[in-house]
Design a protein around this ligand. Structure first.
Ligand code: SF4
Length: 446
């Protein structure tokens, strides 16, 4: 327990996806506002909050292990996040936790923290930075625009854990984005479960930002964000017709020519079994049209192979789609059943070995495509954003690379650069994932 002169200290463990990270940032911001100290070790903490993930079985195991570790090392643990929606599962493994709350239950988490570690008397002693507490490096930040999802993909339990789509008011999102940019953020990564559905739940209501009317809708949001002067990257965009409207904005400064569209499969029958909204033929045409409108566009996607019932020929169709679509960045998962997902009841599960074999074949095809696409960039000049520097050079990203999931631009002779700086480079070499570059001496204003 803290002494009266010392602020109470909370430890925080944040697991899971960028959406969970944003939840963690909100809780941490509030705790700091209330005068709690956030500390980096179990030993220094009076209590530990664990923000869990429950998306796939591996994440559940990781979350349960993290709770166990926090209990062993500290003993006073509050659990929140996606796995928190399954309290019985947590209590079965860890009956000693102080409290359990589900995802986005910020107030409940804070209530439990207050109950077990009373608030300090003068919350204003602790100054909070204007942009709140961020867990990402200072120069980029995730901007969460909605919670929940209206789809019911059969392999996913997010809607049952997080509920239907709830869009954040556009004025609130824009103010947060503006504060982040004012505080030095150079890149905003827009996230949600389904970014293109933004505003559907409020019938695209008109909100206000800085006294101006703005519709709660992806195109209007993208346009407003692009005007803030930072890079803006759109994640988790579903190929609805109105996505075509944002492509011309990508030719202008600000909105990066980058679309993260989780296609998941290309066989119409598998997409139907997955309950995904799209068919491959339409998708290929859309990709061609997007590229015609914005030739520098980077398309990132994820796929699942070995979904129950996937036949050899359906898998071959998927490889054929990959060859035709020539996507820039691709992630591939072997299907793994998630407790509570509707897909578990589907017949004809694909044997584990075959799933892995398909995943390896899929990645081999994509690796060749990625290598060829990156090779075309050798000799070109481009603006990159520096992430890290060391004595041998710097690591940066181009408009084609989202942090953590895509490639890097490795800059030789870049030791004098600074993280968060935009710089002009010339590409000298490539492989299947990364680019190598030298600075052209030009520092680009952010
Ligand atoms: S779109 Fe599908 S996979 Fe994504 S969160 Fe919604 S239900 Fe899950």
């Amino acid at each position: 327990m803290p002494s009266p002169s010392q602020p109470p200290r909370v430890g925080f463990v944040s697991l899971g996806c960028p959406k969970a990270l944003v939840d963690s940032e909100r809780i941490l911001t509030q705790l700091k506002l209330e005068g709690y100290d956030v500390v980096g070790s179990y030993e220094d903490a009076d209590l530990v909050v664990v923000n869990t993930c429950g998306f796939i079985d591996e994440a559940v195991t990781e979350s349960l292990d993290a709770i166990g570790e926090a209990l062993a090392e500290n003993g006073r643990v509050i659990v929140t996040g996606c796995l928190g929606a399954r309290e019985e599962r947590i209590r079965e493994h860890h009956p000693g936790v102080l409290a359990v709350t589900g995802p986005q239950r910020y107030e409940e988490v804070l209530g439990h923290v207050h109950a077990h570690l009373p608030q300090p008397h003068d919350p204003f002693l602790d100054l909070l930075p204007a942009q709140g507490v961020k867990l990402t490096p200072r120069h980029y930040a995730y901007l969460k625009i909605s919670e929940g999802c209206n789809h019911r993909c059969t392999f996913c339990i997010i809607p049952s854990m997080r509920g239907d789509l709830v869009s954040r008011p556009i004025g609130e999102v824009m103010t947060e984005a503006e504060n982040l940019v004012k505080a030095g953020v150079r890149e905003l990564l827009v996230i949600s479960q389904d970014t293109s559905a933004y505003g559907v739940d409020v019938k695209y209501r008109t909100g206000f930002w800085n006294g101006r009317p703005v519709k709660t809708r992806m195109t209007e949001l993208a346009r407003a964000l692009a005007g803030l002067g930072a890079w803006v990257r759109l994640h988790y965009v579903y190929p609805y017709p109105h996505v075509d409207e944002v492509i011309p904005l990508m030719a202008e400064d600000g909105l990066l020519p980058y679309l993260d569209v989780p296609f998941q499969h290309a066989s119409p029958r598998i997409l139907k079994l997955m309950k995904r909204p799209a068919n491959a033929e339409g998708t290929l045409k859309r990709i061609q049209a997007w590229r015609a409108a914005c030739p520098g566009l980077t398309i990132r996607s994820t796929f699942v192979v070995g979904f129950p019932g996937e036949t050899d020929s359906e898998f071959e169709d998927l490889l054929g789609f990959l060859e035709e679509a020539q996507l820039d960045r691709v992630g591939c998962f072997a299907y793994s059943p998630v407790e509570g997902a509707a897909a578990n009841a589907l017949p004809d599960p694909v044997p584990e070995e075959l799933k892995e074999e398909r995943r390896a074949r899929f990645m081999a095809v994509q690796e060749k495509i990625s290598a060829a696409r990156l090779k075309r960039k050798v000799g070109r000049s481009m603006t990159v954003l520096v992430d890290e520097t060391g004595k041998n050079g710097a690591i940066a990203r181009s408009s084609a690379d989202a942090p953590e999931i895509d490639g890097r631009v490795i800059i030789r002779q870049g030791a004098k650069l600074k993280p968060g700086e935009f710089v002009q480079v010339r590409i000298t070499r490539s492989d299947a994932h990364d680019l190598w570059a030298v600075p052209t001496g030009l520092r680009v204003a952010g």
